[in-house]
Ligand binder design. Structure first.
Ligand SMILES: [Zn+2]
Ligand SMILES: [Zn+2]
Length: 110
Protein backbone atom coordinates (compact mmCIF):
# COMPACT_ATOMS: atom_id res chain seq x y z
CA UNK A 1 0.00 0.00 0.00
CA UNK A 2 2.69 2.46 1.04
CA UNK A 3 4.98 1.44 -1.82
CA UNK A 4 2.17 1.89 -4.29
CA UNK A 5 1.40 5.31 -2.91
CA UNK A 6 5.05 6.41 -3.16
CA UNK A 7 5.30 5.04 -6.65
CA UNK A 8 2.29 7.11 -7.62
CA UNK A 9 3.84 10.23 -6.11
CA UNK A 10 7.08 9.75 -8.06
CA UNK A 11 5.17 9.27 -11.30
CA UNK A 12 3.18 12.41 -10.63
CA UNK A 13 6.34 14.41 -10.00
CA UNK A 14 8.03 13.06 -13.12
CA UNK A 15 5.03 13.97 -15.22
CA UNK A 16 4.89 17.47 -13.80
CA UNK A 17 8.59 18.08 -14.45
CA UNK A 18 8.30 16.79 -17.97
CA UNK A 19 5.37 19.12 -18.59
CA UNK A 20 7.29 22.08 -17.22
CA UNK A 21 10.24 21.24 -19.46
CA UNK A 22 12.51 20.84 -16.46
CA UNK A 23 15.73 18.98 -17.08
CA UNK A 24 17.49 17.60 -14.07
CA UNK A 25 21.22 17.48 -13.74
CA UNK A 26 24.10 19.17 -11.92
CA UNK A 27 23.94 22.35 -14.03
CA UNK A 28 20.18 22.77 -13.67
CA UNK A 29 20.52 22.13 -9.94
CA UNK A 30 23.22 24.81 -9.75
CA UNK A 31 21.13 27.44 -11.52
CA UNK A 32 18.27 27.06 -9.05
CA UNK A 33 20.55 27.00 -5.98
CA UNK A 34 20.56 29.87 -3.48
CA UNK A 35 24.31 30.26 -3.84
CA UNK A 36 24.01 31.03 -7.55
CA UNK A 37 20.94 33.22 -7.09
CA UNK A 38 22.80 35.28 -4.51
CA UNK A 39 25.97 35.56 -6.63
CA UNK A 40 23.98 36.49 -9.74
CA UNK A 41 21.91 39.07 -7.87
CA UNK A 42 25.01 40.71 -6.41
CA UNK A 43 26.66 40.79 -9.80
CA UNK A 44 23.61 42.25 -11.52
CA UNK A 45 23.26 44.97 -8.87
CA UNK A 46 26.89 45.90 -9.34
CA UNK A 47 26.91 46.04 -13.15
CA UNK A 48 23.31 47.15 -13.85
CA UNK A 49 23.84 47.37 -17.62
CA UNK A 50 24.59 44.88 -20.37
CA UNK A 51 28.37 44.73 -20.66
CA UNK A 52 28.18 44.63 -24.46
CA UNK A 53 25.54 47.16 -25.54
CA UNK A 54 24.67 49.21 -22.45
CA UNK A 55 20.99 48.28 -22.30
CA UNK A 56 19.65 47.24 -18.88
CA UNK A 57 21.17 43.83 -18.11
CA UNK A 58 18.92 40.87 -17.38
CA UNK A 59 20.98 37.70 -17.70
CA UNK A 60 24.09 36.75 -15.78
CA UNK A 61 26.10 34.75 -18.29
CA UNK A 62 29.07 32.43 -17.76
CA UNK A 63 31.95 33.32 -20.11
CA UNK A 64 33.28 29.79 -19.79
CA UNK A 65 30.15 27.66 -20.11
CA UNK A 66 29.23 25.47 -17.21
CA UNK A 67 29.63 21.75 -17.70
CA UNK A 68 29.02 18.82 -15.39
CA UNK A 69 32.79 18.77 -14.82
CA UNK A 70 33.36 22.45 -13.91
CA UNK A 71 30.08 23.39 -12.20
CA UNK A 72 31.60 22.48 -8.83
CA UNK A 73 34.61 24.77 -9.41
CA UNK A 74 33.77 28.10 -7.72
CA UNK A 75 36.29 29.96 -9.91
CA UNK A 76 34.20 28.98 -12.93
CA UNK A 77 30.70 28.82 -11.48
CA UNK A 78 30.73 31.78 -9.10
CA UNK A 79 33.79 34.00 -9.59
CA UNK A 80 33.06 37.40 -11.13
CA UNK A 81 35.93 36.93 -13.58
CA UNK A 82 33.78 34.32 -15.33
CA UNK A 83 30.49 36.24 -15.15
CA UNK A 84 29.11 38.76 -17.60
CA UNK A 85 25.87 40.72 -17.37
CA UNK A 86 23.98 40.71 -20.66
CA UNK A 87 20.62 41.88 -21.94
CA UNK A 88 18.26 39.30 -23.45
CA UNK A 89 19.31 40.23 -26.97
CA UNK A 90 23.08 39.96 -26.48
CA UNK A 91 22.60 36.81 -24.47
CA UNK A 92 20.59 35.22 -27.23
CA UNK A 93 23.30 36.11 -29.75
CA UNK A 94 25.86 34.53 -27.48
CA UNK A 95 23.97 31.25 -27.19
CA UNK A 96 22.24 31.12 -30.52
CA UNK A 97 18.50 31.07 -30.86
CA UNK A 98 16.78 30.19 -27.60
CA UNK A 99 19.51 28.02 -26.24
CA UNK A 100 18.65 29.22 -22.77
CA UNK A 101 15.62 29.62 -20.62
CA UNK A 102 15.33 33.10 -19.18
CA UNK A 103 15.32 33.46 -15.43
CA UNK A 104 15.34 36.76 -13.53
CA UNK A 105 18.83 36.17 -12.17
CA UNK A 106 20.57 34.01 -14.69
CA UNK A 107 19.75 31.27 -17.09
CA UNK A 108 19.44 27.57 -17.53
CA UNK A 109 21.03 26.37 -20.75
CA UNK A 110 18.89 23.85 -22.60
ZN1 LIG B 1 23.14 43.82 -24.70
ZN1 LIG C 1 24.64 32.54 -20.98
Amino acid sequence: MTALFLCGMVKMRERREKNAGVQRGPIEAFYVSWIWRRAAENYRKKKIFCERCGEPGTQVHHRIRLTAANVTDPMIALDESNLELLCDECHEKEHGKRRWRAMPDGHVPL
